[in-house]
Design a protein around this ligand. Structure first.
Ligand code: PRP
Length: 205
């Protein structure tokens, strides 16, 4: 019936709980399994367990009809897909954070460490602030601690990582949550089924 791209990890577990709530069995999709393609014979649904940042790529290419992806990734990569529903899962924020003693020198470009290059560029363009981007792939919090950057643009969920590294939120850029997305061509082809799924999910989110 459907091919669904799920982000491996916590978000996959939460999405499975939602699907269960609307009567779709997801027992085969367990977080400790190393299997990447899981087919539920009864429903005919096939699940692909992919890296969270790759979900939108599988959906854009149409190998997955639908998928679950963080709004941060949609904003960053701007894939050509339909965004159908806010699943209200994986809630967090993209923020600007810096050291507790952060002082901004407005005479020079701000050094911004981030994995969200486009989100950071768009935000600083919107406030007309010149920046120098330092692209990192993880543990972004290290950059201002080691004085490699002035600030970071990163996700904050509980705030624990910032706190434990003596950093603080300077500005909140945008709230984030997981979204249900669909491939555009597949949506046209399976519109009734996908809309039914969206309607059922909207009742439980
Ligand atoms: C994310 C984010 C922060 C952390 C925030 O990192 O980049 O480092 O979670 O969560 P908190 O506010 O609840 O502490 P992730 O765990 O995805 O790893 P990463 O460092 O590889 O990006």
């Amino acid at each position: 019936m459907f091919n669904i791209a799920l982000p491996k990890g916590r978000l996959a577990d939460k999405t499975c709980k939602l699907l269960k709530q609307i009567g779709i069995n997801t027992d085969e999709v367990t977080s400790d399994s190393r299997q990447l393609v899981i087919k539920d014979e009864k429903t005919g649904i096939q699940y692909f367990l992919v890296k969270p940042s790759d979900v939108a790529i599988y959906v854009e290419y149409g190998v997955a009809d639908i998928g679950v992806v963080g709004k941060d990734i949609l904003l960053e990569s701007n894939p050509d897909v339909y965004e159908l529903l806010d699943l209200q899962l994986g809630k967090c924020k993209v923020v600007v954070a810096g050291r507790e003693d952060f002082y901004e020198d407005k005479e020079r470009p701000l050094r911004v460490a981030t994995k969200f290059v486009n989100i950071a560029k768009d935000y600083y363009a919107s406030i007309n602030r010149e920046i120098e981007i330092i692209k990192l792939n993880g543990s972004i919090e290290l950059a201002p601690i080691l004085n490699m950057s002035d600030v970071i643009v990163d996700l904050v969920e509980t705030g624990t990582t910032l706190k434990e590294n003596k950093l603080k939120v300077l500005t909140e850029i945008i709230p984030i949550s997981a979204r249900l997305i669909a491939n555009k061509a597949k949506y046209k082809f399976k519109e009734a089924e996908i809309n039914e799924l969206v309607a059922k999910l909207s009742e439980v989110v």
